[in-house]
Design a protein around this ligand. Structure first.
Ligand SMILES: [Zn+2]
Length: 255
């Protein structure tokens, strides 16, 4: 048995295609506004969102645009350290290794919101557009996806890998652990993205109001939600889903 230590950082960027039909039309070009004119740092709700899913704004020039919309990118970043034990098993002419990893992850989600420059909160269209993007942020800054990821990677099963002759053992083990982590990360990210997509379908990209917002946001990342989106590690995650820590996870939205 050998104890190994490593650290790996991974950064993922995912984009939600978000188009809100142009309900506000103006032939007048906006005056050149300061980039900060629509920042809402004093907004209490948004400040709270920022603590759990940092939001950055990017305002684009509306000149020569035939349609205006908003967009939200979410970034799921994580770092981790791990240790492992392993046992080599020989069977005839072949050998395999059983790996017992212990992973300590740290995850953070942050967002880019794209909005038209210079419109401010002067129109109901713009206010609805911005609120729609903040609803996307609420979906991905929900603490439950990060809890899911952390739980799954801290409860990895024993990994079994065959060993080719001459294989470099440490590389093989690290690759095996990285593969397992990446697969779980991808599943959690896909789940967030599926909820983005379903939210856009349900609201026609923010045109239609969301009925019973509280029930909708509470339902995210529940067992039925994971089932609906065919979350691969549903059964492995079930003990977490039963925990009060998960059911009472932090979730903030701007109503
Ligand atoms: Zn949307």
């Amino acid at each position: 048995m050998v104890l190994g230590v490593s650290m790996i950082a991974a950064i993922l960027v995912f984009r939600s295609a978000v188009i809100l039909p142009l309900l506000f039309a103006s032939t007048a070009s906006p005056a050149a506004p300061a980039r900060s004119d629509t920042l809402v740092a004093s907004d209490t709700c948004e400040s709270s969102l920022n603590r759990f899913g940092t939001v950055r704004y990017d305002f684009y020039d509306t000149a020569n645009k035939t349609s205006l919309g908003g967009g939200t990118n979410f970034h799921f970043e994580f770092t981790y350290t791990f240790t492992y034990r392993y046992v080599i098993q020989n069977e005839g002419n072949s050998a395999s290794v059983a790996i017992h990893p212990k992973v300590t992850p740290s995850a953070h989600v942050w967002h880019d919101i794209s909005l038209p420059l210079g419109l401010g909160d002067s129109t109901s269209w713009y206010r609805r557009l911005r609120r729609h993007e903040l609803d996307h942020v609420a979906i991905s800054s929900d603490e439950r996806p990060s809890l899911l990821f952390r739980y799954l990677v801290t409860h990895l099963p024993t990994l079994h890998r065959s060993m080719e002759p001459g294989a470099e053992l440490a590389s093989l083990i690290r690759a095996a652990i990285a593969d397992e982590l990446n697969a779980r990360r991808a599943a959690v990210v896909d789940l967030i993205q599926a909820n983005y997509n379903e939210f856009d379908q349900r609201t026609t990209h923010g045109v239609l109001p969301l009925n019973d917002r509280g029930a909708y946001f509470d339902s995210l990342y529940s067992r039925p939600n994971l089932e609906a989106h065919r979350f691969k590690w549903l059964e492995e995650a079930q003990p977490l889903l039963d925990m009060p820590r998960y059911r009472n996870a932090i979730r903030i939205r701007c109503d």
